[in-house]
Write a protein that binds this ligand. Structure first.
Ligand code: DX5
Ligand code: ZN
Length: 215
């Protein structure tokens, strides 16, 4: 069970300090938004390169961008140890996933709430993680969509059939009140933005979420 706090809810003027607040987490989740794939704009490659140099924990880059085929491998080359592209935006996901692995990153595919997983189950051998979105991507602080839990179960069953070790991540509205149902459905990597950075003690929030997920 791994916790990946989203720095989308951190203080963008002090990201190095904000990363130190979550040094007990497994990953730092970095939401890259391009203002096209989602109606919000956050940060891009130069900021990821800078974060990578000062982060005490590996970076988990979630790319909410158009044309990930062109841009995602650069995030792996910049040192992100996990890179997630959206299947809705990818043109050639097999080639893309192989390029991410060749660049030394874990390759991960995300599905939006309205996107079925089943048509993409054959991609599992190319993947190290599947991200099941539990909000519409674009903004932090939205309400958790419990109706995505059947999809998490479906991915877990497909991973069991496939036999490999593919992690399942949930992202959006994950908190102390929603994390247990995600774990019960089969998720094992949990992104939490507002639930961690909204807490006075972010590290304690990480520990609490991990403990709840492990129950
Ligand atoms: C939403 C982002 C999430 C977001 C989660 O598009 O992908 O990572 O930061 O924030 P919370 O945990 O507040 O829903
Ligand atoms: Zn995210």
């Amino acid at each position: 069970m791994q916790i990946s706090p989203s720095i989308l809810s951190a203080d963008f003027a002090n990201l190095e300090t904000e990363l130190q607040r979550i040094s007990n987490a497994d990953w730092a989740h970095v939401d890259v938004m391009d203002g096209h794939f989602v109606p919000n704009l956050t940060l891009g490659l130069p900021v990821v390169e800078a974060l990578q140099k000062v982060s005490p924990i590996p970076l988990d880059c979630h790319l909410m961008i158009e044309d990930p085929d062109r841009w995602a491998p650069s995030y792996a080359e910049a040192g992100a140890q996990s890179v997630t592209f959206h299947i809705e935006a990818a043109k050639d996901p097999v080639t893309l996933a192989r390029a991410l692995r060749a660049a030394g990153a874990r390759a991960s595919m995300a599905v939006k709430p309205g996107t079925d997983f089943a048509p993409y189950a054959d991609l599992l051998p190319e993947l190290d993680m599947v991200l099941v979105m539990t909000v519409e991507p674009g903004f932090g602080g939205q309400s958790f969509m419990a109706d995505q839990m059947p999809k998490v179960r479906q991915v877990r069953e497909a991973v069991a059939r496939h036999g490999g070790e593919v992690w399942i991540q949930v992202d959006g509205g994950v908190s102390a009140t929603t994390i247990e149902q995600c774990a019960e459905a089969g998720a094992d990597v949990f992104v939490a933005g507002s639930a961690v950075y909204g807490a006075d003690d972010a590290a304690a929030a990480v520990d609490e979420l991990r403990a709840l997920a492990q129950q």
